[in-house]
Design a protein around this ligand. Structure first.
Ligand code: COA
Length: 372
């Protein structure tokens, strides 16, 4: 058995961003157009008028201030309200693979290894651009990695589940070096025309390199223990799937985009996650006082404040539980890894931390790491 370690990480951030104010202006213009178009039905009481969105609501309910997207113009066009990403022919790299190459390049550089030394690529994300061939295999080919690759989908928990899979393989010796990459084009499955959720998501890609601790060329985080759990729930759901045509449902349907019962998610996921982290740490012999940092899934500031307080047994101090959601919004599986990537360099040997993601499924994954 080998000790797995995270030796590199990287983030691809799109160049375009949308502030809450910009988003709300576009949404309200869309709502006005829709209401004008349906004025008669609204007046007859047959349909409800679309209410306006508000920047204050968004910030107060979520902590989000802006989000990065691959295409801003399409999202902010009130007659469109979703990104325009032109179809690419089969000879061009897919959007997800292109983002992945950037993030993986940064992670490989940090680890000080060549792509050819990687023998496993896991593309772990909440949606994949096509059914097959796997995006991971395309990334493997574009980077020039050896070995094999496969796609994984555990929604917002994809990164930690991917890290567990890779760490277990490094530990067992079936692979020597792995990339776990999370390209998230959340703008593609978000319903920008629904004010209850239009502010939630953004686009990004993260990558981490895992290898044997003994192979590390620079600073590393040993993966001490991983734990994953799932429990079925319909409260975060997307019905888009390969049987859509067979259901005669090719029209523009609400349930083919992200849907959630936010309040229920909030109530049910919080205790699940707090208990999960506490039990995982307890079984590893870690006390709350041993923790230097918590890198949590980035969906909602209040949610993270609650989990941080529950896990530490006190209000987290500045920097102990860093949030990036104010800048990136919810980036599904990538959120906890962005937080880790941007807020881990200052840790010193012996410092312990937890990466934890949670979301649809429900799913929760925790990774206990120690700076070495
Ligand atoms: N602008 C203005 N008002 C809005 C609005 C908007 N954009 N969106 C909703 N509202 C209204 C609602 O209609 C509701 O009005 P009502 O009280 O008259 O019915 C009110 O604001 C409160 O809405 P609610 O949905 O209960 O807000 P919330 O405080 O629960 O916050 C979330 C919404 C989504 C931010 C929050 O529930 C959340 O973060 N949940 C967990 C999400 C999560 O982790 N999901 C995982 C995804 S991977």
């Amino acid at each position: 058995m080998y000790q797995p370690a995270i030796t590199g990480h990287g983030v691809f951030t799109p160049t375009q961003s949308i502030t809450n104010d910009e988003l709300v202006v576009a949404f309200n213009a869309y709502a006005d157009l829709w209401n004008a178009e349906h004025a008669e039905a609204i007046a007859a009481g047959e349909v409800e008028a679309k209410p306006q969105s508000s920047s204050d609501f968004i910030f107060n309910a979520s902590g989000i201030e802006q989000r990065y997207v691959l295409d801003k113009a399409g999202v902010l066009d009130p007659t469109r309200m979703f990104p325009a990403l032109p179809a690419r022919d089969d000879e061009q790299p897919s959007y997800m693979a292109e983002m992945a190459v950037d993030a993986c390049g940064k992670a490989l550089k940090m680890a000080g290894i060549d792509a050819g030394e990687i023998d496993l690529v896991i593309c772990a994300a909440s949606n994949h651009e096509r059914a097959y061939p796997a995006i991971a295999i395309e990334i493997q080919q574009l980077l020039g990695c050896a070995g094999f690759g496969f796609d994984m989908n555990v929604a917002c928990s994809s990164a930690t589940f991917g890290i567990q899979a890779a760490a277990d393989m490094v530990r067992a010796g079936s692979v020597r070096r792995a990339l776990v990459v999370c390209p998230e084009i959340c703008s593609g499955h978000l319903e920008w025309r629904d004010r209850d959720c239009h502010f939630i998501f953004g686009d990004v890609c993260t990558a981490v390199v895992l290898e044997r601790s003994e192979d590390a060329k620079g600073a590393r985080f040993d993966v001490i223990s991983t734990r994953c759990a799932t429990q079925f729930s319909n409260n975060i759901r997307n019905n888009n799937g390969f049987l859509r045509r067979t259901h005669d449902q090719m029209d523009d349907r609400r349930e083919m985009q992200f849907m959630q019962n936010g309040r229920k998610v909030f109530k049910e996921v919080l205790p699940m996650v707090s208990t999960h982290i506490a039990e995982h740490m307890d079984d590893a012999g870690w006390a709350a006082g041993d923790l230097k940092r918590l890198w949590l899934h980035q969906a909602n500031k209040t949610m993270n404040d609650f989990i941080g307080k529950k896990v530490l047994g006190r209000v987290p101090e500045e920097g102990e539980q860093p949030n990036i959601l104010q800048d990136y919004a919810n980036t599904s599986s990538a959120g906890s890894i962005i937080a880790f990537s941007k807020h881990s360099d200052d840790l010193t040997p012996g410092d312990k931390g937890v990466i934890c993601s949670f979301g649809a499924g429900y799913s929760v994954g925790s990774v206990l790491i120690e700076r070495a």
